[in-house]
Design a protein around this ligand. Structure first.
Ligand code: C2E
Ligand code: CA
Ligand code: CA
Length: 530
């Protein structure tokens, strides 16, 4: 039992721990996932915006190039230069337009050029045919490096930051490259090597300590990155939202585990398990004829045998079993036990009877009668060999009790009133009840020879039984003195340690065989009342 309890406790602790940790871990994981997804969403949107911005800048610049190429003014004429200047002013992205002839810069939006400035080397060509030079130092203004776009015989210079000019959080870095990974421009110090290894369109994720998102379109790639640690702030928000949910679920699970383990560990739970595992067995205490010492029967006394081997006495669980209604299932196991243990003994010796204690609940409903009938039907045991003992507690509903006892007797069973004298029953009250025997309670037998007030009650009780025309069984006979007294007062049968303690089935079968050899068989099963 101890082992079983500690198993239940251990299991409950494990279940409660897992039940508490699992929802918390799950919510932690979900929070992390959500935080990452949300943050990557931010990177995705920044990438989209960067691509849109770069495309706009390219097409803006291209439009200026196409316009100037299409004009038919004489090249490097004042009109041509004015047109280039006007396009420079009207096109936001474009800082300067230049005209080339025979590979040499002839004039720009600033005017005709002197000197020998050649066309810059081309880094790559856009899908729509513009030659791109990533770093050009403007020949005329000598300003900061510019990005050059060349179409036909004109080129435009664009400040690189125009391509990446978007609202970007301070923690985010952006690298805008062509599809080869050549940097057009970046923001917030991008790691170009990292960007080059993540050029594939529409991917996002975590690589090392960086989160990244890549958007690619028309030969342009935007890689937006951010340290993973930036997600912590967001994670805290998610946890704040989800951890209470996890805590709630955890508390709920723990409460359920506690509820069930407490129930399971409660005496009632133990009893239920005992019944479920059919741990109830029967011991048998011989009943003898006082005048001869001949064994006439036995009382079936239930024992709860725990897996540890401990035998639990009925006083410790019968009250609870009666209170909870579980007693009914125990009665079933007792009847099963009697049939299993003594079937052949009873079938071979018709003078032997076994008295089974019937609970108040059983008496009230009469349920046990059908149950016993069904179980006996499969055997050769006679109804006369099965007696029932009912205490006065079972007679609270006197009419129902009368029906049950009457039915039992009509079927051939004998009925004894157990613990007689301890209840409130008056003579008239008992007179109306169908019964065969009275079992005089041990407390009266105990007083015999002690000269106490109750000892005179004992003789009255014996007289009462005689008046009722019932035979009597004295319970708990421990001394010869008691046995003698009972014999003198005409008590028929005795049961007690003087004759035998309750025996296991095996012991009882041996006891029965020995007593049969000694005394011969008892007279046919005794039935006093008709
Ligand atoms: P009970 O029906 O009055 O059973 C007699 C009790 O007195 C038994 O205790 C028995 O072991 C004990 N006893 C017999 N002779 C002596 C003796 O000389 N000296 C002493 N000190 N005790 C003696 P047990 O087996 O512990 O049963 C206790 C009670 O549990 C029973 O009292 C009965 O009310 C109940 N019980 C036992 N088996 C069942 C059962 O199968 N069903 C139901 N409903 N109740 C049962
Ligand atoms: Ca009894
Ligand atoms: Ca009794």
């Amino acid at each position: 039992m101890h082992a079983r309890r500690s198993r239940v406790i251990a299991l409950s602790v494990v279940l409660a721990t897992v039940g508490a940790l699992a929802p918390l871990a799950l919510m932690g994981y979900v929070s992390w996932k959500r935080a990452i997804e949300k943050e990557l969403g931010v990177l995705d949107r920044a990438g989209d915006e960067a691509i849109a911005r770069a495309q706009f800048t390219f097409s803006d610049a291209r439009k200026a190039l196409v316009d100037i190429e299409a004009s038919d003014v004489a090249r490097c004429s004042p009109e041509h230069i004015a047109l280039m200047r006007m396009l420079t002013i009207n096109t936001t992205s474009v800082e300067e337009i230049g005209y080339f002839e025979d590979g040499k810069l002839r004039c720009t939006s600033w005017g005709p050029t002197e000197g020998d400035i050649g066309k810059a080397h081309v880094d790559y060509v856009t899908p729509d045919g513009m030659e791109v030079t990533l770093r050009i130092r403007p020949a005329v203004t000598r300003g900061k490096p510019m990005l050059g776009l060349h179409l036909g015989s004109h080129n435009v210079l664009v400040t690189p930051s125009r391509f990446v000019d978007i609202g970007l959080g301070p923690d985010l870095s952006l690298a805008l490259t062509n599809s080869e990974g050549q940097l057009i421009d970046g923001r917030n110090g991008p790691d170009v090597v990292f960007a080059r290894s993540h050029l594939q369109d529409d991917t996002h994720g975590i690589d090392g300590s960086e989160m990244f998102a890549t958007v690619a379109q028309d030969g342009l790639v935007a890689v937006v990155t951010e340290p993973v640690t930036n997600v912590y702030e967001r994670l805290r928000g998610e946890l704040l939202l989800l951890l209470p949910v996890g805590l709630f679920i955890a508390a709920f699970i723990v409460a359920i585990v506690v509820f069930f383990s407490r129930r399971r560990l409660s005496p009632r739970g133990e009893l239920e398990i005992g019944i479920h595992r059919r741990e109830f067995i029967v011991h048998y205490q011989p009943i003898v004829e006082l005048s001869t010492g001949v064994r006439v029967g036995a009382e079936a006394l239930v024992r709860w045998r725990w897996p540890s081997g401990t035998m639990v006495r009925p006083d410790l669980f019968i009250p609870l079993a009666e209170e909870t209604g579980l007693i009914v299932a125990i009665t079933d196991q007792v009847v099963d036990g009697v049939i299993r243990d003594l079937r052949s003994t009873l079938e071979q010796d018709r003078t032997l009877h076994v008295a089974i204690n019937i609970s108040a609940e059983d008496i009230k409903t009469g349920r046990f009668l059908d149950m016993v009938a069904v179980k006996l039907q499969k055997t050769e045991i006679r109804n006369e060999q099965i007696w029932f003992e009912a205490t006065e507690r079972g007679f609270i509903d006197i009419d129902a009790a009368r029906v049950s006892l009457d039915t039992a007797r009509k079927a051939g069973h004998s009925v004894a009133i157990d613990d007689f004298g301890t209840g409130y029953s008056s003579l008239q009250y008992l007179q109306g009840l169908p019964m065969d025997a009275l079992k005089i309670d041990k407390s009266f037998i105990d007083t015999i020879g002690k000269g106490t007030a109750t000892s005179s009650v004992t003789s009255h009780i014996i007289e009462m039984a005689k008046e009722l025309g019932l035979f009597t069984v004295a319970e708990g006979v421990e001394t010869e003195e008691q046995a003698n007294y009972l014999r003198e007062h005409g008590v028929t049968f005795g049961q007690g340690w003087l004759f035998s303690k309750p025996l296991t089935a095996g012991e009882f079968i041996k006891f029965h065989a020995a007593s049969a050899a000694k005394h011969g068989r008892a007279a046919e099963v005794i039935r006093v009342a008709a």
